[in-house]
Design a protein. Structure first.
Length: 153
């Protein structure tokens, strides 16, 4: 009987560790995802590709480097955006210029397009063009949570 208790306890600990490594909470900072997400709201997201980004899903991304390329990737804040196009989808009109794409062009393999829900306050693919799919840190599951890292608009 005691062995069963130890096995269940060990399995619970392993499950909690795996859950902690794959699920995170992020604090939304700024109005770029209004009305879906508000400044100061916490979102729960799954890390490391356990969920695939799909058009319409809200994702957490690591932004591309600034033109001066002096800020290392780990020092850039994470951003919360909505996926609007995946590889093989047409490049949205509002992104064509930044992506250097002609009308009718498709999002290249290994790339995606993300936009904020509040375009007047969002830095997104309208400025960067397409984003490498590997820039996706996680997919938002639900709105909620209690503690976490800070995200920028």
């Amino acid at each position: 009987m005691l062995t069963v208790v130890y096995v269940v306890a060990a399995a619970t600990v392993v499950l909690l560790v795996l859950l902690r490594l794959s699920v995170s909470v992020l604090l939304v900072s700024g109005p770029s995802m209004t009305p879906a997400l508000r400044h100061g709201q916490r979102v729960l997201f799954v890390r490391h590709g356990l969920l695939r980004p799909r058009a319409g899903r809200i994702v957490v991304v690591s932004p591309p480097p600034a033109p001066d390329r002096r800020t290392p990737a780990r020092a850039r804040p994470l951003l919360v955006k909505r996926v609007v196009a995946l590889a093989g989808d047409p490049v949205p009109p509002e992104v064509r210029e930044a992506a250097g794409a002609a009308e009718g062009a498709l999002v290249p393999a290994g790339q995606l397009v993300v936009l904020g829900d509040n375009p007047g306050f969002s830095t997104d693919s309208r400025f960067w063009g397409t984003l490498p799919a590997r820039s996706v840190v996680g997919v938002v599951l639900e709105r909620g949570g209690r503690a976490g890292a800070k995200a920028s608009p």
